[in-house]
Design a protein around this ligand. Structure first.
Ligand code: CDP
Ligand code: MG
Length: 160
């Protein structure tokens, strides 16, 4: 089942110069980038993207975080891409994210440490949680014309 999913390299990932190393992890497993751009998020877009979180106590800090610098937005395609990309990204909290995941390898702070200080969990990356979320989020971030259909060297389609 070929899916597309939305990834954002958050401002901390861009500011720390981790864009290349993060994208490498997706390319390494054979996932395909079909959309890519840099965007400076405004508060309105933050509310649209994080519509499920706007009423939560951490939302204000999350909005401050996601609007503090440009993000790199990606649409990634592959077999069961939503689940596979979340596996590579790891769980929300870097403190408990296992080694080998992006959040576990490039950050370490827990939610309680950050939230107590009124700052968001700086976990480098966003990835859609479900196929429904992916469809909604891709529409928020990308126009059809910004997404590309092209052949890769190892076509997943040819594997049967
Ligand atoms: O990003 P993910 O889907 O793993 O987590 P989420 O529960 O959808 O939360 C969205 C984002 O809000 C997280 O990635 C964190 O950056 C932030 N967050 C936070 O700052 N404090 C929390 N207690 C929970 C989430
Ligand atoms: Mg989420």
């Amino acid at each position: 089942m070929i899916q597309q999913t939305l990834v954002l390299i958050k401002p901390d990932g861009v500011q720390r110069g981790l864009v290349g190393r993060i994208i490498q992890r997706f390319e390494d497993v054979g996932l395909k980038m079909v959309g890519m751009k840099m965007v400076w998020v405004d508060t309105e877009k933050s509310k649209t993207h994080y519509s499920d979180h706007v009423t939560k106590t951490f939302y204000k800090s999350l909005e401050e975080f996601i609007t503090c610098g440009p993000v790199v937005a990606l649409v990634i395609e592959g077999v069961q891409a939503v689940e596979v990309v979340r596996k590579i990204v790891g769980p929300t909290e870097p403190r408990t994210a296992p080694p080998g995941t992006i959040r576990g390898d490039f950050a370490h702070m827990g939610a309680s440490f950050s939230n107590k200080r009124g700052i968001a969990v700086k976990n480098l990356i966003h990835a859609s949680g479900t196929a429904e979320e992916a469809e909604k989020e891709i529409n928020i971030w990308f126009d059809r014309i910004e997404m590309h259909s092209y052949n890769v060297v190892y076509q997943i389609h040819s594997m049967g």
